[in-house]
Design a protein. Structure first.
Length: 99
């Protein structure tokens, strides 16, 4: 991972703002794929998929460590994100997977 060496506070803020924009876009893309997944599932329990959620959590915690980032921070963020996306996927499932 390459990090630009900034020369001012404004430059740091600009870089952070750009990253925030990218993060939001990536979360939106992730949510779109999660919603698509509803079409391939046959029950609400399959939508909830606790084993998949656990696998995702383990994977992202491991990735956090690789980037010297707190795995607890990533766990908290992903818990919120996954819970909200599961609700979105359940709504899609009940709608027949027609997002």
């Amino acid at each position: 991972m390459e990090i630009k060496q900034c020369t001012s506070l404004q430059e740091v803020r600009d870089e952070v703002d750009q990253l925030d924009d990218m993060i939001v876009e990536l979360i939106a893309k992730r949510n779109s794929y999660v919603r698509q997944a509803a079409a391939f599932k046959e029950s609400i329990e399959e939508v909830k998929a606790p084993e998949r959620m656990e696998a995702v959590m383990q994977r992202v915690r491991h990735r956090a460590l690789a980037y010297n980032l707190s795995p607890n921070l990533i766990s908290k963020l992903y818990t919120i994100m996954i819970n909200e996306m599961v609700e979105s996927e359940i709504a899609e499932f009940r709608n027949g997977g027609n997002f």
